[in-house]
Design a protein. Structure first.
Length: 693
């Protein structure tokens, strides 16, 4: 005991000494590493920029010379359930790691998109829609910045719809930081009909409000190596933010159940064990769907709770709150030994259909961690929120089991591509939406087999007799790409996220951000083979997690790791509308091997009979080149697999490798494959992206 007392005494003395040094000799701080806080992403203070943070970009740059900006948000906000208004105070510390000197900064005010005269409104009108706006929207009340200052100096500003320009009081030099103090209000809208993610609705069968707080605070735009300040107006689609840390305090009426991005710091205060037990989802396992929920915590306008969260290595902060939320919990264990808390929030009237949500989420986390790369955060929330949207550690979902499984896989999957690999999705959404659509199919096939979950119970009656179950890869991966490609309505993937015909939602070809990209990734797997493909994808994830890649970075990562020239592949998939279309032109015996001799002459031993030898002629009907796998089914039922390379690279395969077929567009559109099939050919099937057809 004496030793512990002495140790504590010495520690206090050392701490006091270090504080004195920091006050009188601040430069000494650089020489006192023993005083710094060890990295802990779940508790204050902010350790995101620590030298011992394995996720921090400076500690693991994706390439030499790379840089990105750092942010730390400290927000205290109150949500008034009577007015549906958030009032907040935000301090943002911004580190300029770029080589440039900055004289201005720009902020996103996302909620200003949903009002008359906005850029989104003009886009709606161009698509022949006249939105009916709610009471706050009509007043152009979205996110209002009442004051922004630095060191007590009010800053000059200019607002253009969803972008706020701020003139800095002095230039922010490379390597320096600046702290912004911001007073703001953000308005929830319950009456408008414009599709938006930050929303409020009344929980069914009960007169209570549900809030989804997303993109609700002034958020500094990204200053990056490609564009400088990324100042795209918000048109209701995608987002882009700097990585860093958040400390957020949210105060609401005491009857709300809330969860959010980050670690909940005061769990015992806001969710004491007795209350947590009452809210457990298992208590409502037999409650009929949509039956009126019970009241666990009565509403009292004078009683309020403050929920405190801390998060690091994230680029956004979102929350969801509902008095009728009931809580399910499970856990995923990763290969590095970390345990991830998996939380399901279901409205009580839906609890019967959400009993397995937390456990299923744990399986998703485990699958993607094993196959793509370990999840870096401490938790994952799936919330019953009439939506399908993703934020760091939080997804807003809907539906019920088993139909919601595909949605959960997709939205949770976004925490790999969008959450951890934070590309500029406002500019090119394919690197997150398309990659996550690929993960959706990948996850469903790993967890459910090749059939969609809702298809496992066949339809009854006449239709059920003839209808085949939907395959996950066909329905969620290839279907919409193939549907449009056949009609030549598939745009290049390398298109601005808001540039697909100027259409709304998934119109104008925007759905190919999802489906053409997913199909591209399955074809990349086809080209490289599954083993090399998965290793290259894991390398890309680990190289670029908690960083900002663009198309060229993904391309360079895959080529560099695999050692394979794939420029032809990425060129045609990203930049063109070339399509895969191969067919079997004809099958015939190989007469070149037939015996040729005069009557009565001796047989030529160098010739063989032709009856077992065939020529299968393939034709490339469209302009895209690809390697080709095909299977020959013989008359005796035996199957023979073959691979035709299209370049010098030959993937790892058990198939018989034939001479390469070099050709694209009009160059060498046909190829003769010579095969030996003893019992004759019954059928030839071409393997397209892992599907024989």
């Amino acid at each position: 005991m004496k030793k512990d007392v002495d140790s504590s005494f010495l520690e206090k003395k050392l701490t006091f000494f270090c504080r004195v040094l920091l006050i009188f000799f601040p430069a000494c701080f650089n020489f006192l590493p023993f005083y710094s806080q060890s990295y802990n992403p779940t508790l204050p203070p902010n350790t995101y920029r620590n030298a011992d943070n394995p996720q921090y970009w400076k500690n693991r740059k994706p390439f030499e010379g790379y840089w990105q900006q750092d942010v730390y948000y400290s927000i205290k906000a109150n949500l008034d359930e009577k007015t549906d208004v958030i009032t907040g105070n935000e301090q943002l510390v911004y580190w300029n790691n770029s080589p440039d000197e900055l004289s201005v900064a720009y902020f996103h005010l996302y909620q200003n998109a949903f009002q008359p005269g906005s850029y989104l409104d003009k886009l709606e009108n161009s698509n022949f829609k006249k939105p009916d706006y709610g009471k706050y929207e009509k007043q152009k009340l979205g996110t209002m910045v009442n004051r922004i200052s630095v060191d007590g100096i009010d800053l000059k500003t200019e607002t253009e719809n969803t972008i706020l320009k701020v003139w800095l009081p002095k230039p922010l030099k490379s390597g320096e930081s600046m702290a912004f103090d911001i007073e703001f209000k953000t308005y929830f809208e319950s009456e408008g009909e414009v599709r938006r993610r930050m929303k409020i609705f009344n929980s069914k069968s009960m007169d209570t409000k549900h809030y989804d707080g997303v993109l609700w605070y002034p958020r500094i735009t990204v200053y990056d190596r490609k564009f400088g300040w990324c100042k795209d107006q918000h048109l209701g689609r995608e987002f882009y933010g700097d990585f860093g840390a958040f400390d957020v305090e949210l105060t609401l009426s005491s009857n709300f159940v809330l969860d959010a991005t980050g670690f909940l710091l005061n769990r015992n205060e806001v969710l004491p064990p007795e209350l947590r037990q009452k809210l457990d989802i298992k208590n409502f396992a037999s409650k009929p769907w949509e039956e009126k929920p019970s009241v666990v915590t009565p509403y009292d306008s004078t009683q309020r709770k403050t929920w405190r969260f801390h998060a690091e290595n994230v680029h956004d902060f979102a929350f969801t709150a509902d008095p009728t939320y009931r809580i399910g919990e499970s856990e995923a264990t990763l290969s590095d030994g970390r345990k991830i808390q998996c939380i399901a929030l279901a409205q009580e009237s839906h609890a019967i259909g959400w009993q397995n949500a937390a456990e299923y989420t744990a399986k998703i986390i485990q699958t993607f961690s094993d196959d793509i790369g370990n999840y870096v955060y401490n938790k994952m929330i799936v919330a019953d929120a009439r939506d399908g949207m993703e934020y760091p550690m939080l997804t807003l979902d809907g539906g019920a089991d088993p139909e919601y499984r595909g949605l959960l896989v997709h939205e949770v999957g976004h925490n790999w591509f969008y959450g951890q690999v934070g590309n500029n999705e406002t500019y090119r959404a394919a690197l997150d939406e398309g990659f996550t659509q690929f993960l959706t199919v990948w996850g469903l096939e790993r967890l459910e087999g090749d059939t969609l979950p809702e298809e496992k119970t066949p339809e009854k009656g006449y239709a059920g007799m003839f209808r085949k179950p939907a395959m996950s890869r066909d329905r969620s991966g290839f279907r919409w790409y193939v549907d449009d490609a056949l009609r030549h309505k598939d745009p290049p993937i390398n298109t601005h996220s808001d540039g697909f015909g100027g259409a709304l939602e998934h119109g104008g070809g925007y759905r190919h951000v999802y489906y053409k990209t997913a199909t591209m990734l399955y074809n990349l797997q086809y080209v490289l083979g599954e083993e090399l493909f998965l290793k290259a994808m894991k390398n890309y994830f680990n190289q670029w997690k908690i960083c900002h890649p663009y198309f060229e970075d993904f391309r360079n990562s895959i080529i560099s790791y695999s050692g394979v020239d794939l420029n032809w592949f990425f060129d045609e998939w990203f930049e063109t509308t070339k399509r895969i279309d191969y067919g079997v032109k004809c099958i015939k015996r190989d007469r070149s091997l037939e015996e040729k001799s005069e009557p009565g002459a001796a047989l030529d031993s160098t010739k063989t009979k032709s009856k077992d030898n065939y020529i299968v002629t393939f034709k490339r009907k469209d302009r895209m080149q690809m390697p080709l796998d095909f299977q020959v089914i013989a008359n005796d039922g035996n199957k023979y697999n073959y691979h035709i390379p299209n370049e010098w690279f030959v993937k790892k395969t058990d198939a018989t490798v034939l001479p390469r077929w070099i050709g694209w567009d009009k160059l060498q559109p046909t190829y003769e494959a010579k095969v030996k099939i003893p019992s004759g050919i019954k059928e030839v099937l071409i393997d397209t992206s892992g599907r024989l057809a």
